[in-house]
Write a protein that binds this ligand. Structure first.
Ligand SMILES: [Zn+2]
Length: 303
């Protein structure tokens, strides 16, 4: 049986503004929870696909957001931990702070829903051995953060370099190039984390076989429906597809994205165009006989 999973990181828009060194407008504060989440769950339910939402713990201090995640859980979706504060430089902080961030995310979700989250996704896809050690010591059941895509890594490095040239400070961090050596298919984390070992399961962010191009929401929406189908076809022989999206992928230009337009090409797309690309990918995966599961279910199949 071949599995596919769709997960959505619920980064609010202020994180995107921070990546580009821009101030976030007040009216953009809750756009992801208030607009993107309902659209995402409607979209997935129409396709019969269960979702895994990665939640930033701090966002649950807003009562409406806590209510939203409770209803997602009640509808059969999974909630995972995306840390308490979503610090892009989490791997550069000391172990005590990493532990506070991971435990803070677990506690926030447990308090809001009564259910302890099983999975973790690191901010900016960045982990290191110390952070993996923290996950294991806190009883986290699986991680889904490693993103072994040279193309993504190069694009991020170029972006950070160009911001630096223009004297702007990004909140984003590049991380070690060693992560590019990690397996592209699910594995048990070793030491170092990009090697196989006997640790908790890692469900890497999907890349295309061989070329290791990022197969994530941003690349699918930029490719359009036909491009998304072409990319999806390359996954024909994969045992598992881990499609990672962001709340951002369910927002259009009229959703307070204005100031991001010069910096992020995907912010210029209409919501309809984005949805068409994501739907094309999911429908083709179904046709290719992938069975959609939540990430916690997929993690249990890692040998
Ligand atoms: Zn994030």
């Amino acid at each position: 049986m071949r599995f596919a999973a769709v997960s959505i990181d619920l980064d609010e828009l202020h994180h995107y503004f921070a990546i580009h060194g821009l101030p976030a407008p007040e009216r953009a504060a809750h756009v992801v929870y208030d607009r993107a989440v309902p659209r995402a769950s409607d979209w997935a339910e129409a396709l019969g696909v269960p979702l895994t939402f990665f939640v930033v713990g701090r966002d649950l201090e807003r009562a409406e957001n806590a209510e939203t995640v409770r209803s997602l859980l009640a509808r059969g979706h999974e909630l995972g931990n995306h840390s308490f504060s979503h610090h892009y430089d989490l791997t550069r902080r000391d172990r005590a702070e990493m532990a506070r961030e991971v435990a803070g995310g677990i506690d926030a979700l447990t308090r809001a829903t009564g259910t302890r989250p099983l999975g973790f996704r690191a901010p900016g896809y960045l982990v290191n051995d110390e952070l993996i050690g923290v996950l294991a010591s806190l009883g986290v059941a699986y991680d889904s953060s490693v993103f072994p895509s040279p193309a993504y890594y190069a694009a991020k490095a170029a972006k950070l370099f160009s911001l630096k040239l223009r004297g702007r400070t990004s909140q984003s961090v590049r991380g070690t190039a060693k992560m590019l050596l990690a397996p592209a298919r699910p594995y048990r984390l070793g030491t170092p984390f990009w090697k196989r070992g006997g640790g908790i399961p890692e469900l890497p962010i999907q890349v295309t076989p061989g070329t290791r191009l990022p197969y994530i929401g941003t690349s699918l929406v930029l490719a359009g429906a036909d491009g998304a189908r072409l990319m999806t076809r390359t996954l024909m022989l994969e045992p598992f597809v881990n499609l990672e999206l962001h709340g951002m992928d369910f927002l259009g230009v009229d959703d307070e994205l204005g100031p991001l337009l010069p910096h992020q090409p995907d912010a210029r797309l209409t919501r309809t165009a984005k949805l068409a690309a994501l739907t094309a990918a999911v429908e083709l995966l179904k046709k290719m006989r992938f069975r959609f599961v939540r990430l916690d279910e997929a993690a249990r199949t890692v040998g």
